[in-house]
Design a protein around this ligand. Structure first.
Ligand SMILES: [Zn+2]
Ligand SMILES: [Zn+2]
Length: 292
């Protein structure tokens, strides 16, 4: 689970002690019920999620739901980047299910709204699944998975999330990002058309994997996992340095192409004497070029 601790989202402290729950029958899924920025799922927009969780906590503590809650009403909050924010956490009575209903189910919020971003993406569904499993393991939640509207008059959690709940809240079997197709021409992969760079969350896909595999083949120590992590970026910077393009750590079209087209100076140039004899430097030049 990609967990965001309360410290990491800078949560306000609760205004009173939590009420402990030993176990629940399961989990109820919620949505925000208000507008959520339509572009919130963008690769650089995770800060909007953090802001939104803050706003919701503030609203709950200010009495926006009728009474002043001691904290955000949810146990966990899931965002479209696959993160799970710790709200009240496990073994703590939520406040979001409605009076008399909170001791029966934990409350988990998906950051979808009634307008703007209204349908959960796969990353959020993975996060919701992670949250449910976490509450089962850490909070003795039972097997029930319901929507807020079950047993309470509300539109929550919206039609898209509720349809997912009714299907049994399945974990998507698709990878989190749409798979990027890498097309080869004469054995050379064409630039897939997106700039690969360090992002939050990390960019991932077949294009990243293809690029990593080529660098590995060229002798670099790099994980071929399809995730563009800081380690991958460091290799990219070193590689760009080596081949003499600007060391940006960003795989644009130029860096992509040079990953396949660059060739180390050949031993013919480096190592052969005019008579064609191989000089003593040959072997070390070869092992150096392997690293390229
Ligand atoms: Zn709700
Ligand atoms: Zn996010």
């Amino acid at each position: 689970m990609k967990k965001v601790s309360r410290a990491a989202w800078n949560a306000l402290a609760p205004t009173a002690p939590y009420t402990r729950v030993d176990s629940t029958r399961g989990v109820k899924i919620h949505y925000t019920g208000g507008p959520v920025p339509a572009d919130i799922a963008g690769p650089t927009k995770h800060k909007l999620c953090v802001q939104l969780v803050h706003q919701i906590q503030q609203m709950h503590m200010d009495g926006g739901r009728g009474e002043k809650y001691i904290d955000i009403g949810y146990n966990l909050i899931c965002c479209p980047h696959g993160y799970v924010f710790i709200g009240r956490g496990a073994h703590r009575l939520p406040a979001a299910n409605g009076a008399g209903l909170n001791s029966q189910h934990y409350a988990v919020l998906g950051l979808v709204g009634s307008s703007g971003f209204t349908e959960p993406n796969d990353a959020m569904l993975h996060a919701l699944r992670d949250a449910i499993e976490y509450l089962r393991e850490e909070g003795d939640a039972g097997n029930e998975i319901k929507g807020h509207r079950d047993g309470y008059s509300t539109s929550c959690p919206g039609s898209a999330l509720y349809a997912w709940v009714k299907k049994g809240a399945p974990r998507p079997d698709k990878p989190i990002e749409k798979p990027i197709k890498v097309i080869y021409e004469d054995g050379i992969p064409l630039w897939p058309g997106r700039v690969i760079k360090l992002a939050d969350p990390y960019m991932q896909g077949n294009d990243v994997k293809t690029w990593q595999a080529k660098l590995r083949k060229r002798g670099w120590t790099i994980d071929v996992d399809g995730i563009y992590s800081p380690k991958s970026k460091a290799v990219c910077v070193s590689y760009q340095n080596k081949v003499g393009v600007k060391s940006t750590g960003v795989i644009d079209e130029g860096t992509w192409n040079i990953t396949w087209s660059w060739e180390p100076l050949t031993c013919k140039l480096l190592c052969r004497s005019p008579a064609g004899e191989i000089r003593r430097g040959y072997l070390s030049a070869v092992s150096r070029s392997r690293r390229a």
